[in-house]
Write a protein of this length. Structure first.
Length: 498
């Protein structure tokens, strides 16, 4: 992209996006027409470039992002006060498959990972303590701290206890979601050793939970039920952790093909540049990785509303199309069942950054998955079965969605942001800023700056730098959230707590 003061994303658009703040009275030339700005407009926000009657759709990215609440004139600031979503309830969709060839060459690039006994590959070699129920969170944290103190983590990357509130007092779907996500964490290849820590009387019965793991590595995954321990459960846990540490600390990185790399695609605290810089950059990388035989996963289903047909028509088969329709409509029904409108999504931070409706957000959000065909559709808590681009059922909430991506089997989450956030889930959570100002202000949060795309750096040049950065993280370079120790999990909850 050439350096300029605004950008028109699609020739059909009725708005342009500010790449700097504009003052009332300034003039811009769009499609050989001079437009006078009628009010101060912040960076990242939208300028209307044609007179628009009340009720008429406003177009951005080549698609409607809502309709005008009143008659608007060219040069006006388009925002949440004069633009309203077109979204309502569930829809009936038709499959119109799009077969777009990526034409991206295969490259002989590799990363150095940890090959696990089941054929999966981790990019970290950590020891994890996974409580079956929140009642033993304190014991889990104490065990993690004691192992860190004893070993200094020499020969491994880290020790973590993944505390959560659940495992008991839940019913039906919520209970199964908790069990599935905890199972996925226990089986994740970024762990070289896992202690499953149970209480004994919880709904998530420890022995039943271990059966749910299937054919797992019994040397690397161990169970301790604290109610069955006579005396000090901490010392009993430490005895197991010392054995796990001895095994994990002998593991070594080995060269792995990029087809073993799995990345999650997530955005949060978006702004008006998210769909112009960071999300398209991640999308180009996603296409590159898929072309190498690797895998990317897009989630945040509510943030697909308004752009869902783009994804549906990229499904490789009619069966995947039907699964995607169900993915979208089920989430709409979830909103409606709680009496909430399906279009009530952009946060105050989103709106301050220049995103006015859910369609506006969705059309930028879906840029993260590039142009690759959809090869798989996953329910919440499912583990990956298919390489290529997958869609995953999870909400837009940053920590819940990032946890779900990691639980599905991703080794890294690529997290784009225009507002900034420090958090991370239980795998490396790499933050990509949409603008250079955020990158400069929060170097302790942000790992990579996509804002250079509107400062004269080409996509081809920046994506090469981005690929190198991601491979460096896969090779062991720590992300900002890892350096800060900001790591946690959050499990989706819908129903009753007993």
């Amino acid at each position: 992209m050439n350096q300029t003061s605004f950008i028109k994303i699609n020739p059909a658009d009725s708005v342009v996006v500010c790449l700097r703040p504009f003052k009332k009275g300034e003039a811009i030339m769009v499609d050989d027409k001079e437009i006078t700005i009628v009010e101060d407009i912040p960076m990242g926000h939208k300028i209307l470039i044609k007179d628009t009657p009340e009720g008429t759709d406003i177009i951005k990215y080549g698609y409607p992002i809502g309709h005008a609440l009143k008659e608007l004139k060219a040069g006006e600031w388009v925002n949440e006060h004069n633009l309203k979503t077109n979204l309502s309830g569930t829809l009936t969709y038709q499959y119109h498959p799009v077969d777009e060839k990526l034409n991206i060459p295969h490259e002989s690039r590799t990363f150095n990972g940890y090959k696990r006994a089941n054929g999966e590959v981790g990019i970290r070699n950590e020891i994890w303590i996974v409580p079956t129920v929140g009642c033993v969170n304190g014991i889990a944290e104490r065990l993690a701290a004691q192992l860190q103190e004893e070993t200094g983590c020499k020969g491994i990357d880290a020790v973590h206890a993944w505390h959560h509130n659940y495992g008991c007092s839940q019913l039906s779907g919520d209970h199964e979601n908790t069990r599935k996500v905890l199972r996925d964490i226990v089986l994740h290849p970024n762990a070289g050793g896992v202690l499953v820590l149970g209480l004994g009387c919880e709904n998530n019965q420890p022995d039943d939970f271990m059966e749910m793991l299937g054919d797992y590595d019994k040397n690397r995954i161990r169970l301790l039920v604290t109610q069955k321990v006579d005396g000090d459960e901490v010392e009993a846990g430490m005895a197991i952790l010392r054995e796990l540490y001895a095994l994990a600390s002998s593991d070594r990185r080995e060269e792995c093909d990029l087809s073993h790399l799995r990345v999650g695609l997530k955005c949060g605290g978006s702004d008006g540049l998210s769909g112009i810089t960071a999300n398209p950059l991640v999308g180009v990388f996603s296409d590159y990785l898929v072309a190498q035989g690797g895998t990317s996963i897009l989630t945040e289903v509510p943030e697909m509303f308004g752009a869902e047909t783009i994804l549906m028509n990229r499904c490789e088969t009619p069966e995947l199309f039907e699964q995607t329709v169900q993915l979208v409509n089920d989430f709409k029904e979830y909103f409606l069942s709680h009496g909430e409108p399906v279009g009530e999504n952009p946060s105050p931070g989103n709106k301050a950054g220049g995103i006015s409706t859910l369609e506006d957000k969705a059309l930028g959000c879906t840029q993260k998955c590039g142009r690759a065909p959809v090869s798989g559709v996953l329910s919440y808590g499912d583990r990956l079965q298919t390489n290529g681009l997958n869609l995953l059922s999870a909400p837009g909430n940053d920590l819940v969605a990032s946890t779900a991506l990691a639980a599905a089997g991703c080794q890294i989450v690529l997290f784009t942001t225009g507002r900034g956030t420090p958090f991370g889930t239980f795998i490396p959570t790499m933050k990509i800023s949409t603008n250079s100002n955020l990158y400069a202000r929060k170097p302790n949060w942000i790992d990579f700056n996509a804002g250079k795309l509107v400062e004269g750096v080409s996509m081809d040049e920046l994506v090469r730098e981005f690929i190198n950065k991601i491979i460096a993280v896969a090779n062991g370079e720590r992300t900002r959230n890892e350096e800060n120790g900001y790591r946690e999990i959050s499990i989706f909850k819908n129903g009753v707590t007993l």
